[in-house]
Design a binder for this molecule. Structure first.
Ligand SMILES: Nc1nc2c(c(=O)[nH]1)N[C@H]1C(S)=C(S)[C@@H](COP(=O)(O)OP(=O)(O)OC[C@H]3O[C@@H](n4cnc5c(=O)[nH]c(N)nc54)[C@H](O)[C@@H]3O)O[C@H]1N2
Ligand SMILES: Nc1nc2c(c(=O)[nH]1)N[C@H]1C(S)=C(S)[C@@H](COP(=O)(O)OP(=O)(O)OC[C@H]3O[C@@H](n4cnc5c(=O)[nH]c(N)nc54)[C@H](O)[C@@H]3O)O[C@H]1N2
Ligand code: SF4
Ligand SMILES: [Mo]
Length: 704
C-alpha cells in the first residue's frame, strides 16, 4: 500500500477550479475525489473531474505530430513539423501579407498556465490582426461593458454569492455549469446557503433549469428580451427614488442620462414583449431594493444573444443604482495574486473598433475579431483574404455559429495547422496537428479564473506525471514556433524561460508579494491558500482616465434604436416559428469531453426539448425523430416533450455532433448527438459587440 501516492491540483475542465485529491500508483490513476482541504472548494467536485483519468489514458489522444497526406495521416518528427509550418506560414505571409495567416484560440487556453503565458509572444511573432477566439461566442459583452464603464476589459464584476441576500440570475444555469464569469465551486451549496440565511434567489430563463428549481422563484422570459426587462427594473428603481450609490456616489458619471432613458421602459410598456407581467417586474425591483444586499448576475443567456452588449451594460447599471457595486453581497472585484491588469495605466486607450473586419466591418476588440466573421474572411476573395490558419485548443466547426460552413471554409485554405490533443471535426482539416500535453501532465495555475472568482484564493500544482520524451507541452510548442517565426536561434536564452519563472515573478511582484507570495510558497501549500473574501477595491483598481465609472457610454445609447425595434416592429417568422436556445449538460464540457466512456454512458442526452402543448399541436411524441431546420441548415434529433421549456422555444445541448467521418475520437464517434451549430447562423450576432447570438435562433420543427 505504501507506494500509493497522493497528488493535489485544481481541475482544469471548467471555471470552478475545484481542488482535487488524486490517488495514484506509478503512472496509474486510482481515484479522483474532491480535496477536503482545498480552502475554496472544500471537497466539492462534479462527475467530470474523474474523467481527467480518461483523458490521460485515452488511446485516441495524439502524442506526436501528424501530417495529412493523400493516403491518410502520418507521424512526423517535431523538427520536421516545425520546419514545414514555419516555411509555409512565412511563404504565405510573404506572398499575401501578414494578415493572410489567421489564428483561432479555443476555451482550454484559458484553463492552461502555459498557454495563458506563451500565447501573447506567439501572436506577436506571427504579426497578424486576423485573430479570433471562443470569447466572441461567449462572454465578449462582459469585456466590452468593463472596458467602457471601468476602463479595463478584464476588470469583471462577479457576484458575491457567499454574502448576498438576494440573487437575480438572468440566463445562467450555474447549478449545471458551475458558474461562469463567476468562479464558484459548488454553486448549488452556495445557493442553498443564501436561502439558509434568509435570502432569496430569482431565476429568469426561458427554461425551468436545475438552477431555476433550486431558486425561490423562476420567471419564464421570451428569448432575447432581457435588456427590456433590465431596463424596466432600472426604471422602477429610479421611479421609486431609492437610488443609492453609497460609497461610489462621487465616482459615477451619467446617472441622469440613464435615468432619462430608463423612463422610456416602464414595466407596462415592455411586459408583453418580455413575457413577464408588469406587477411581477415591479415586485422584482422592490425585492431587490429591499434586500440588505443584492446582486444581478447575467450570463450566457444574456450574452450570446442579439442584445448581449446592452444586457451586460444594464446588469452593471442595475447593480450600481441599487448600491450593490463593489460592496459585500453585491457585484465585487476579485484581487487575484496574479493580477493581469495591475500594470495597466489609467486611461489606456480602448482597442474597441480599432480595426474593422474586412468583409462585414465588425469591430476588433480585446485583440480580436468576432469568430462569427471568420468563415467569410476565409471565403471572400480580395486583398486581405485569410489563406492560412492555426487553431489552438479550439473546435470551431462544432462551437462557432454556422460551424458546418466553417468546415468548408477550412478546406479552401492553402495551409492549416492545429495545436490540439485530438483528431476531431476541426483538426481533421489541418495539414499538421501538433499535440501538446494536457490535464494531469501539465503544471496548473488559474490565471484567468482567479480574476473571476467569488473568493480570493491561490494555488499551484506541478505536473502529476512527467510527459514522455517524445511529448511537448503546448507552451513549448508555442515557444518554439514563436522563435522560428521570429528567426530567433533555438539555443537562445529566451527559450529557457518556463511558465514557472514567469509565474513566480508575477506572484512576487503582485498584490500579495509584500506578504511573501511566491511560487515556493504555493509549492509548500499544495491545497492552496485562502486570501479571504472579496473586498471593496474599485477606487484603487478602476482604470478610467478620471477614475470615474462611466454609467452611460455612448455606444449603448447608439444601440437603443435596435432594441426599440423589438417593440415597435415585432416580427413573427412564419418560416421558422420556433426560437432555439442551447443547454449545457452536467456530464459534458463543450465539444471535447465526449471521448470519455464514463461521461457518455447512459441514454442519449442530445435531444430537442419541445413544450408539451407545442408537441400536442404538432403531433410530436417523446423520442420521436424530428427534423429541425434554420436559415443555416438542418439536423435530425429525437424529441423530449417537456413542460420545462417555454412554449414556442426549443432547446438542445451544445458541443455535440461527433459522428463525422475521418476523425479519431472512437468513443465520441459512436454517440448519436448532432451539432446545434449546424443550425445557428454566422450572420446572427449582437450588432454592438459582434458576439455570436446563438440564443433565439429561428427554427422550424417537424416530424422526420
Ligand atoms: N450554440 C452554441 N455554441 C456555443 C456555445 C453555446 O452555448 N451554444 N458555447 C460557446 C462557449 S461558452 C464556448 S467557451 C465555446 C467553446 O469553443 P471552443 O473552444 O472552440 O470549443 P471546445 O470544445 O472548448 O474546444 C476545445 C478544443 O481543445 C482541445 N483541447 C482540450 N484540451 C486541450 C489542451 O490541453 N491543449 C490543447 N492544445 N488542446 C486541447 C479539444 O480537443 C478541442 O478541440 O463554444 C461556444 N459555442
Ligand atoms: N457541465 C458543463 N459545465 C460547463 C460547460 C459545459 O459545457 N458543461 N461549459 C462552460 C462554459 S465554456 C461556459 S461559458 C459556462 C456557461 O455557463 P452558463 O451561462 O451558466 O451556461 P448555460 O448553461 O449555457 O446557461 C445559459 C442559460 O440561459 C438560458 N437562456 C437561453 N436564452 C436565453 C435568453 O434569451 N434569456 C435568458 N434570460 N436566458 C436564456 C438557457 O436556458 C440556459 O439555462 O459553462 C461552463 N461550464
Ligand atoms: S465543476 Fe468544473 S472544475 Fe469542478 S470538478 Fe467539475 S469540471 Fe472540474
Ligand atoms: Mo465558454
Amino acid at each position: 500500500m505504501t507506494d500509493i501516492k497522493t497528488h493535489y491540483r485544481n481541475c482544469n475542465i471548467c471555471e470552478a477550479m475545484c481542488g482535487l485529491e488524486i490517488k495514484y500508483k506509478d503512472k496509474e490513476i486510482l481515484s479522483i475525489k474532491g480535496d477536503q482541504k482545498d480552502p475554496f472548494s472544500k471537497g466539492y467536485n462534479c462527475p467530470k473531474a474523474t474523467a481527467l483519468a480518461d483523458f490521460y489514458q485515452d488511446k485516441d489522444r495524439l502524442k506526436t505530430p501528424i501530417r495529412r497526406t493523400a493516403t491518410g495521416w502520418e507521424d512526423i518528427s517535431w523538427d520536421e513539423a516545425f520546419s514545414e509550418i514555419t516555411q509555409k506560414f512565412t511563404a504565405i505571409q510573404q506572398a499575401h501579407g501578414k494578415n493572410a495567416l489567421a489564428i483561432y484560440l479555443g476555451n482550454p487556453n484559458a484553463h492552461s498556465l502555459g498557454n495563458g503565458l506563451f500565447l501573447k509572444p506567439f501572436i506577436k511573432s506571427i504579426g497578424t490582426i486576423n485573430r479570433y477566439s471562443s470569447a466572441s461566442a461567449d462572454q465578449m459583452p462582459h469585456h466590452v461593458a468593463s472596458n467602457f464603464m471601468l476602463g479595463a476589459g478584464m476588470l469583471i464584476p462577479v457576484p458575491d454569492i457567499d454574502r448576498t441576500d438576494f440573487m437575480l440570475i438572468i440566463g445562467g444555469n450555474p447549478v449545471v455549469s458551475n458558474g461562469s464569469m463567476m468562479t464558484a465551486p459548488n454553486v448549488i451549496g452556495r445557493m442553498k446557503a443564501i436561502q439558509k440565511r434568509g435570502g432569496k434567489i430569482v431565476v429568469v430563463d426561458p427554461r425551468r433549469t436545475k438552477t431555476a428549481k433550486v431558486a425561490d422563484q423562476h420567471l419564464f422570459i421570451r428569448p432575447e428580451k432581457d435588456a427590456l426587462l433590465l431596463f424596466a427594473i432600472i426604471h422602477c428603481i429610479f421611479a421609486s427614488k431609492k437610488v443609492n450609490l453609497r460609497h461610489l456616489a462621487d465616482m459615477i458619471e451619467g446617472l441622469d442620462d440613464v435615468k432619462a432613458v430608463a423612463k422610456n421602459y416602464s414595466p407596462e410598456k415592455v411586459a408583453e414583449f418580455v413575457g413577464i407581467d408588469a406587477d411581477t417586474i415591479r415586485t422584482l425591483a422592490n425585492d431587490m431594493m429591499a434586500a440588505e444586499s443584492a446582486v444581478c448576475y447575467s450570463r450566457m443567456g444574456a450574452s450570446t444573444q442579439s442584445f448581449g452588449g446592452l444586457c451586460q451594460w444594464l446588469t452593471n447599471v442595475l447593480n450600481i443604482v441599487t448600491g450593490n457595486f463593489d460592496r459585500a453581497g453585491g457585484a465585487m472585484f476579485p484581487q487575484p495574486a496574479f493580477d493581469m491588469i495591475r500594470n495597466h495605466k489609467k486611461g489606456h486607450k480602448s482597442t474597441f473598433g480599432q480595426y474593422q473586419s474586412r468583409v462585414r466591418k465588425l469591430p476588433f476588440f480585446n485583440g480580436e475579431f468576432p469568430v462569427a466573421t471568420l468563415g467569410e474572411e476565409i471565403l471572400t476573395p480580395g486583398e486581405g483574404q485569410i489563406k492560412s490558419l492555426i487553431t489552438i485548443a479550439g473546435n470551431p466547426v462544432l462551437s462557432a455559429p454556422g460551424g458546418d460552413k466553417l468546415a468548408d471554409a477550412f478546406d479552401s485554405l492553402d495551409y492549416m495547422v492545429s495545436v490540439d490533443i485530438y483528431l476531431n471535426e476541426t483538426t481533421k482539416h489541418a495539414n499538421i496537428i501538433l499535440p501538446g500535453t494536457t490535464g494531469v501532465e501539465n503544471s496548473h495555475f488559474d490565471i484567468f479564473f482567479n480574476s473571476f472568482s467569488v473568493r480570493n484564493t491561490v494555488k499551484y500544482s506541478p505536473p502529476l506525471f512527467e510527459k514522455s520524451v517524445s511529448q511537448r507541452s503546448d507552451w513549448q510548442i508555442l515557444a518554439e514556433l514563436s522563435a522560428r517565426m521570429a528567426g530567433i536561434p533555438l539555443d537562445h536564452e529566451s527559450l529557457k524561460i518556463t511558465p514557472e519563472i514567469i509565474l513566480d515573478m508575477a506572484l512576487q511582484k503582485g498584490p500579495y508579494g509584500e506578504q511573501g507570495m511566491s511560487l515556493q510558497k504555493l509549492i509548500d501549500n499544495p491545497h492552496g491558500l485562502d486570501l479571504g473574501p472579496l473586498k471593496p477595491c474599485l477606487k484603487a483598481r478602476i482604470k478610467t482616465e478620471n477614475g470615474k465609472i462611466n454609467l452611460f457610454p455612448s455606444i449603448y445609447l447608439d444601440d437603443l434604436p435596435r432594441l426599440d425595434e423589438v417593440m415597435t416592429k415585432p416580427t413573427h417568422d412564419e418560416q421558422y416559428p420556433f426560437e432555439l436556445i442551447g443547454r449545457r449538460l452536467v456530464k459534458s464540457h463543450n465539444t471535447w469531453t465526449q471521448n470519455s466512456a464514463r461521461l457518455v454512458k447512459g441514454k442519449n442526452p442530445c435531444t430537442l426539448e419541445v413544450n408539451t402543448q407545442d408537441a400536442q399541436r404538432l403531433g410530436i411524441s417523446n423520442g420521436q425523430l424530428l427534423t429541425v431546420s434554420s436559415s443555416n441548415g438542418e439536423i435530425a434529433i429525437p424529441a423530449l416533450v417537456s413542460d420545462e421549456i417555454q412554449q414556442g422555444v426549443v432547446t438542445m445541448p451544445q458541443g455535440w455532433g461527433h459522428n463525422q467521418k475521418d476523425t479519431k475520437m472512437t468513443i465520441a464517434a459512436t454517440q448519436p448527438g448532432v451539432s446545434i451549430n449546424d443550425l445557428t447562423h454566422a450572420d446572427r450576432i449582437c450588432a454592438l459587440t459582434g458576439n455570436a447570438a446563438f440564443n433565439g435562433t429561428p427554427v422550424a420543427i417537424k416530424v422526420a
